[in-house]
Design a protein around this ligand. Structure first.
Ligand SMILES: [Ca+2]
Length: 323
């Protein structure tokens, strides 16, 4: 998944050239890597074709070396990712693709508004999918070595995906870190979750929205999504709740939260459902808004382990469905 930029950043003082000067040459790394890729199922011919002309990208090294300066608040983040323009566009696309998404819901159990919301937040509904060649970016990060094992594995996956013909090498584009297509799947997520929904033999998350929607739905379903349930809701606290009880990892029954004075946002008693568990999430701490996050929130957290991200997906989904 895309590593979301919730940080402003400054460059490390080490430059691309200073770092690469004492690193092994790209060619030396590539020779050793080829042995691993071929052992993992990439044909030597495809390896040569896909890696031909690939050189480290200085910009990718720069972006990977950025350090957080200060974290923005959830309120600021939310304003950025849930703009009125995005809500309006999301509502339009929700209507446009509604029948298709309802058909997918029958298979995967994920309601249309969540698929549209994730699409909107990841790539502005396919409008910005990243302009880097995925093979080149992943090769740069694997060679650079800060997380070599991870990126070599993702590069092998990317080579296999292109070898299998899901997308041409030229059109295999993504973020600087290798997140691909309209739902920004890393190559390992592609292999695990991407679906050929329109049965043309290709799992095309770059240009085919049917495949994008089905792949997103399949990701969530495989990671525990419960059909018919919502993500959560914003709540009102009648009294403070201990910090030790907050956060997405602490799961309690709805009646537990009710007893601690948690109410609906409008001050009504919390409806309780037997067996349903929820976490109390306060992305900006006790001074900011509070949310009860249900099981499906955990599936969104699997996609991206950020409460900012997961809460925003849920809120945008609600706004999109509320026409
Ligand atoms: Ca397809």
């Amino acid at each position: 998944m895309r590593i979301i930029a919730i940080i402003t950043a400054t460059l490390l003082t080490a430059t691309f050239f200073a770092r690469s000067a004492h690193a092994e040459s790209f060619q030396v790394w590539q020779q050793g890597f080829k042995v691993k890729a071929v052992a993992a199922g990439v044909s030597p011919e495809w390896f040569e074709k896909a890696m031909q002309g690939v050189e480290p990208i200085e910009r990718v090294i720069e972006l990977d070396g950025k350090q957080p300066e200060h974290k923005i608040t959830f309120e600021q983040y939310k304003k950025n990712v849930i703009s009125q323009t995005r809500i309006d566009k999301g509502r339009k696309l929700y209507k446009q693709h509604y029948n298709e998404l309802k058909d997918l819901e029958k298979i995967y159990g994920v309601a249309p508004q969540y698929v549209i919301a994730l699409w909107g937040i990841e790539t502005n509904f396919g409008g910005y999918t990243g302009g880097f060649q995925v093979i080149d970016s992943l090769a740069t990060l694997a060679w650079d070595g800060r997380r070599r094992a991870f990126f070599e594995k993702e590069l092998i996956n990317a080579l296999k995906i292109s070898q299998d013909g899901h997308i041409s090498l030229k059109n295999m584009k993504g973020s600087w870190a290798g997140a691909m297509g309209q739902n920004q799947f890393m190559p390992s997520s592609f292999l695990a979750y991407a679906v050929d929904s329109n049965n043309d033999g290709k799992r095309d998350i770059w240009t085919d929205t049917s495949d994008v929607f089905a792949s997103t739905s399949n990701y969530l379903k495989t990671n525990g999504w419960t059909a018919g349930e919502k993500w959560g809701r914003q709540v009102y606290l009648t009294k403070p709740i201990a910090k030790s009880l907050t956060g997405p990892k602490i799961k309690k029954s709805l009646s537990f939260w009710k007893e601690l004075g948690v109410q609906t946002l409008t001050g009504k008693p919390l409806p309780t459902v037997d067996g349903m568990m929820a976490s109390l999430v306060q992305p900006d701490g006790p001074e900011g808004p509070s949310y009860l996050a249900y099981n499906n929130y955990q599936s969104i957290m699997h996609w991206n382990r950020s409460t900012y991200f997961a809460t925003s997906v849920g809120l945008l989904a609600d706004l999109i469905a509320k026409q």
